[in-house]
Design a protein around this ligand. Sequence first.
Ligand code: NI
Length: 136
Amino acid sequence: MRVTVKRKAHFNAAHRLYRKDWDDAKNEEVFGLCNNPYFHGHNYNFWVEVTGEVDTDTGYVVDMKVLKHLIEKEVCKYLDHKNLNEQVEEFKTLIPTAEHIAYVIYNRLRRHLKNKLDLKITLFETERNCVSYSGE
Ligand code: NI
């Protein structure tokens, strides 16, 4: 029996979307408000979904206590109240779009989960906008 378990988590962070190799007009055109040169914050919410076979001994797909701790350590503490462009290693080479943030969250959790478990991250940058990434 395969079941999906989900946990919701949260962090606040600042970012700026821009490319150094584009001029101001092009950055403004593509990234709009998120190109503000003084940075700006978002209240990010995300869902972590883990899918796998239910363990016959424990009745769990994954121990939620372990998953909760992993999310707090690997994602929330790592990103909360950070300037993503300036302070987070991964965004020295990636523009901190919601797509790339979901990708970074996925990779930071994936390496701690058993291979047989599937992982999906859904990141909300606003109440209305979200992205999902599941490792493809
Ligand atoms: Ni933004």
